[in-house]
Design a protein around this ligand. Structure first.
Ligand code: CFM
Length: 542
């Protein structure tokens, strides 16, 4: 019952007060009671800061963000992990990012785990020779278009020069070989790995192939979509029906060639702002491609994003086609939405995941007429919480300075401004905004709790206090949460469900959430000795 919940301020005090004084002071700036004044200026939150040693939080490492997240979904690059075998095993297709090669014979290396399998001996005497040999072996076996190398923690400590090795082998083999210094400890979370992946992809691949391919004239890239559970397939299908030519996705269902060709698109759409805004910014500077924020999670978000894409191209036929697709799909979705919302209305949810889904998935809960009580990211930055308006005020600390900021200038030959000042004025007059992201907090209710980098202990306490009908997180949290009698929906890999994007995906989500929040099984989770006040066993000390 809502009435019995402690209010947000009391709940915050409870969460923060369990830490030692110094840490409690810091946590108090990472746990925020949301407030959305007229101005839209939400309270400041401390984020992207090191997790205190000893605290079990949801975060992953820099290598996970680079190799697993950004580069993982590309099927035709051989990704070699330079490090002990455990790192490679950890990143082996655990994220459910799917791919669809054009024929069964087409290259697809995603089901393999390539590793140099570093041993103690290599840690002592160096592993560069082993890396050269691994690149050679992968080339001999598969003859791929490109090979990339990822370093894990020990490699950074012993100082193997993976970039020198990549350069040597590139010259020797005549294919593109490039490397990522994405040692796990390099940043405070996965987020640093995103940035490193963006940089190297931009430096070594984007812009290599200028040929204009495809028959449709509205050429777009979708950035920050990773085809978890087949999401990208849903979006692709809608794009085709509307008449957009999808040149590249970074990086769901992607190929090396699509990255190389991506600078020939005329618009970049950014879905996951956290993981890929760097490439969007760099492509704008170097090639003149503007970017807009989109969200294909939820039916209403999909409709809004499609309209924005069509508005950009200022083409009446395109706008008409987009409207027709939206009308047809929304009619179908709405029937289902009403059916499910009748069963989910008023139920409550919490979302603690990643750096964008904790925000995007709130749209689907709105469509289900559910209430979000609390949310937070694992590794997002202030702009993802408070909006890009705070970008100029974010303090750069030593950890962020550790990650290279590429200096990018307009390409003397390939830069082409896609919108002139007249078009820009026309679009602005219609309320169209480029590079615009308001973040999660302004779209949440006041007096909800925003918690950055939630810990295992915070999670338990929060559930105890506010018992939600569904808790959204990942595999590390899932079973702890469920033992407390609350269903946990994994928003990283969708459990075995999905796709959840675009129109059909939204309906899949409605159905799966209805099943979870209305299942009677969660009331049956007490052990016999918890069910009654009577002791189950009696004994006395002799
Ligand atoms: Fe972006 Fe992602 Fe996410 Fe992310 Fe991730 Fe992911 Fe995620 Mo897991 S890129 S920030 S690093 S939307 S793997 S597909 S689900 S934490 S919210």
């Amino acid at each position: 019952m809502i009435e019995q919940r402690p209010d947000a301020q009391t709940a915050k005090q409870e969460l923060v007060s369990m830490y030692p004084a110094k840490l409690a002071k810091k946590r108090a700036t990472q746990v925020v009671v949301n407030d959305v004044p007229e101005s839209g200026i939400v309270p400041e939150i401390l984020v992207n800061s090191r997790t205190a040693p000893g605290i079990i939080s949801q975060r992953g490492c820099t290598y996970a963000g680079c190799k697993g997240v950004i580069m993982g979904p590309t099927r035709d690059i051989v990704n070699i992990v330079h490090g002990p075998i455990g790192c490679s095993f950890y990143a082996w297709l655990t994220r459910r990012n799917m791919t669809l090669p054009p024929t069964p014979q087409s290259e697809n290396f995603m089901m393999y785990a390539f590793s140099t399998d570093l041993k103690e001996e290599n840690i002592v005497f160096g592993g560069e020779k082993k890396l050269d040999a691994a690149i050679q072996e992968a080339y001999d076996l598969f003859h791929p278009k490109a090979i990339s190398v990822f370093s894990t923690c020990p490699v950074g400590l012993i100082g193997d020069d993976i970039h020198a090795s990549a350069k040597r082998m590139k010259e020797k083999l005549g294919i593109n070989v490039f490397a990522f210094s994405c040692e796990g400890y390099k940043g405070v979370s996965q987020s640093a790995g995103h940035h490193i992946a963006n940089n190297q992809l931009f430096k070594h691949v984007v812009g290599l192939d200028d040929e204009i391919r495809g028959s449709r004239k509205f050429r777009v890239n979708l950035l920050g979509e990773y085809n978890i559970g087949g999401d990208a397939f849903e979006i692709d299908e809608i794009f085709k029906r509307c008449g957009f030519e999808l040149v590249a996705t970074f990086s769901g269902n992607s190929t090396y060639g699509s990255f190389a060709n991506s600078h020939t698109a005329d618009l970049n759409m950014v879905m996951c702002h956290r993981s890929i805004n760097y490439v969007a910014e760099m492509m704008e500077k170097k090639y003149g491609i503007p970017w807009i924020k989109v969200n294909f999670v939820s039916a209403s978000g999909t409709a809004k994003s499609l309209r924005k894409m069509a508005a950009y191209f200022e083409d009446q036929d395109l706008m008409d086609r987009v409207e027709a697709v939206i009308e047809e799909e929304m009619a179908k979705v709405e029937v289902q939405r009403r059916k499910y919302a009748a069963r989910t209305r008023g139920k409550t949810a919490m979302l603690f995941v990643g750096g964008s889904r904790a925000h995007h998935y709130q749209e689907l809960f709105k469509e289900l007429e559910m209430k979000v009580l609390a949310a937070g990211y694992e590794f997002a930055h202030r702009d993802d919480y408070e909006g890009r308006r705070v970008l100029g005020t974010i303090k750069i600390d030593a950890d962020s300075r550790n990650i290279e900021e590429l200096h990018v200038e307009a390409d003397p030959e390939k830069f082409r401004a896609r919108v002139d000042s007249e078009a820009e004025a026309r679009l602005a007059a219609r309320g169209f905004k480029f590079k615009d992201y308001n973040g999660m907090m302004p779209e949440m209710d006041p007096n909800t709790l925003i918690i950055d980098d939630i810990s295992a202990r915070d999670t338990e306490k929060l559930i105890e206090m506010w018992k939600p009908d569904v808790f959204c997180a990942g595999i590390k949290e899932k079973f702890v949460v469920q033992k407390m009698g609350v269903p946990c929906k994994q928003l990283h890999n969708y459990d075995v469900g999905g796709p959840y994007n675009a129109f059909r995906g939204a309906v899949n989500f409605y159905r799966d959430i209805d099943r979870m929040v209305n299942s009677p099984v969660w009331k049956l989770t007490l052990a016999p000795w918890q069910e009654s006040a009577e002791p189950a066993l009696e004994a006395s000390v002799a």
